[in-house]
Design a protein around this ligand. Structure first.
Ligand code: GLN
Length: 306
């Protein structure tokens, strides 16, 4: 790693601690997510040369939420291969992550695997093939980051379940088009559980490392083939930040995946994976300080995928 990443992370943390992010607010659609302190910030870089750099609350767990969609996609890809792409498309949606409109217009086939409809369909595909679909994403994440204790946060899960009407509506709409293979309740349970996994920024940066390292994980094991890694990175670049994806490509320019828990993972292929976490979100559901931090990081190293 040819830059002074420790110094860069310090500059970033100093900056985001003082920037006023205006209307940015924590997710409040479930009570469990609104309890996190506003000012928490963590950033962790895992270099392909084995170096790791951290700043802030790197060992404090947060709710990974939609970041889980990327890992679930890898599991579904492993089980179904290219058949997966008959079930979900690969186009940016341009609408909110939990929108139903396109789903109705497009006969129940989700635009991409990272909006809620697509992720619910991916959870359906996992439910068809894995023995324990409620735990398979958490277990996979545990293997990837080297911590077998990665768990679903039950308080968050119960909250997701109680406030899950919109996600159920999405699942029932797909079912009505004959596009969901398993019972709605089984599928949304698996989906809510994967969203409710709790991890630290350090664990998340490690779990994402294979995407920066041609498909080989932090423990040296192959997770997916290099060409699959390129495809996942392409999907994150075009669909990973919801309807903020164009702005993010313009200002930052790397594959990334966000979650409403305030986490974002980013990939500079061949160089490093990064996880940033700060709970206050912009209007599209992406961490406001997280986006600024990634923008500053990429500017400091003078590299993006472009
Ligand atoms: N659990 C959230 C939901 O289903 C995940 C969304 C997100 O992180 N964008 O609405």
């Amino acid at each position: 790693m040819s830059h002074d990443y420790a110094a860069i992370l310090e500059q970033i943390a100093d900056h985001v601690a003082t920037e006023d992010f205006g209307d940015a607010r924590k997710a409040d659609y479930i009570p469990a997510l609104s309890n996190v302190p506003d000012d928490h910030f963590a950033m962790v870089i895992c270099g392909t040369d084995g170096q790791e750099f951290t700043i802030g609350q790197a060992d404090q767990s947060f709710s990974i939420q939609s970041i889980s969609k990327m890992f679930a996609l890898v599991l579904a890809q492993r089980a179904h291969g290219d058949q997966l792409w008959q079930a979900v498309r690969r186009e940016p949606s341009g609408s909110a992550f939990n929108s139903l409109i396109l789903l109705e217009q497009e006969n129940g086939i989700p635009r991409n695997p990272f909006i809620n409809a697509g992720a619910i369909r991916v959870a359906d595909l996992i439910t068809s093939r894995y023995a324990n679909p409620d735990r398979s994403v958490a277990e996979f994440l545990g293997q990837l980051c080297g911590n077998p204790d990665i768990r679903v946060d039950n308080t968050v899960y119960l909250s997701e379940d109680q406030h899950g009407d919109r996600n159920r509506a999405i699942a029932y709409l797909m079912k009505s088009f004959g596009k969901l293979d398993n019972p709605v309740e089984d599928v949304v349970r698996a989906y809510f559980k994967q969203c409710s996994v709790a991890m630290t920024a350090r664990e998340m940066a490690r779990a994402s490392f294979f995407l920066a390292n041609k498909g080989v994980g932090i423990d040296g094991q192959t997770v997916i083939a290099p060409e699959e890694t390129r495809r996942i990175n392409a999907l994150m670049l075009t669909c990973g930040m919801y309807d903020g994806v164009g702005d993010f490509a313009f200002t930052v320019g790397i594959p990334a995946k966000s979650g409403v828990g305030g986490g974002i993972i980013g990939i500079v292929p061949g160089e490093f994976s990064v996880c940033v976490w700060s709970p206050r979100l912009d209007g599209r559901g992406n961490s406001a300080a997280g986006i600024r931090a990634l923008e500053m990081l990429i500017r400091a190293i003078g590299r993006s995928v472009f």
